[in-house]
Design a protein. Sequence first.
Length: 278
Amino acid sequence: MATDTQPGSGGDRPLTQPSTRGSGDIATIFGIIGAAILIGAAIVLGGSPGSFVDWPSILIVIGGTFGVVTACFSILDMMALFPTLGRTVFRSGLNAGEAAMQLLQLAQIARYRGVLAIQNYMPAVEDREMLRAGLAMVIDGTPGEDVERIMRREVQAIAQRQTRSVSILKKAAEIAPAMGLIGTLVGLVQMLANLDDPNSIGPSMAVALLTTFYGALLANVVFTPLASKMERNATEDMLLNQLYVMAASSIGRQENPRRLEMLFNTVLPPSERVDYFG
C-alpha cells in the first residue's frame, strides 16, 4: 500500500485501501450447500436413498439443459460463463464508500501535486483494471472528456457480458424443469409399454418422476440463486465502475475534489456516502 501523504486541509493522511468482503461469498456457498444438505438429509431419513439415483434421468436433465441453453446462445458464451461463476462464488467485493474515499485522496493529490504524482500510487490500484486503465490515460495526458467516453464504453461492454451470463443462468432455470418433464414423459411411455408386468409399475413410476425432481432441484437450488447473486454482483460492480469513471475523468479535467465528492454521493447508497472534507 502506498504511504505517501496528501497536502491540504485536514492534515496529512496516508492513502487508504478499501476493505474487501473476504475471499468468498459465504451466503452463496452456505445457501446452496445448506439447501442441498437439507434435501439430502430428508431423502436419507425417508429411507432408500439409492432409489433417488437414476443415471438416464440425470443424463436427460443435465445434458438436455446444457444442449438447449447452448443452442439459445453460443459456445463462446457458455465458455465465458464458467469464469464468471467462479468470480460469483469466490468473490472479494470492495466497500464502495471506502473506495470513494481513496479516490478522493487521489484526486486531492493530483490537484495539489499534479497529475504525474498519481503514478507513485498505481501499485495501490493494480488489482482494479478499470481504475488503473483510467488513471493511466490521465497520466498520459488524455483529456478528461476522452477518458470519460472511453471508460463509459468499457463499462457498457462489461455490463453486457455480465447480463449475458445472467441470461444464460435464467434460461437454464427455465429449461431444466422442462427437460425434467420430458424425461418423465419418456419414463411414463416406457412404463405403459410394460403394463403386462404389474410389479414393475411402481418402480417405473418412481424412476419416471425422478427427472422432474432433478429438473426442479437444478432450477431452484442452483441456477436461480446463482443468477440472482450474479445480478446483484453486477449491480455492485456497476457502482464501483461508475466511481472509477467519475474519478478518472474529474482528475483529467483537474476539477475541484469537492465537486467529485458531491458526484459520488449522488450514486452511493445513503449508508455509504462519504464526507471526506468534513
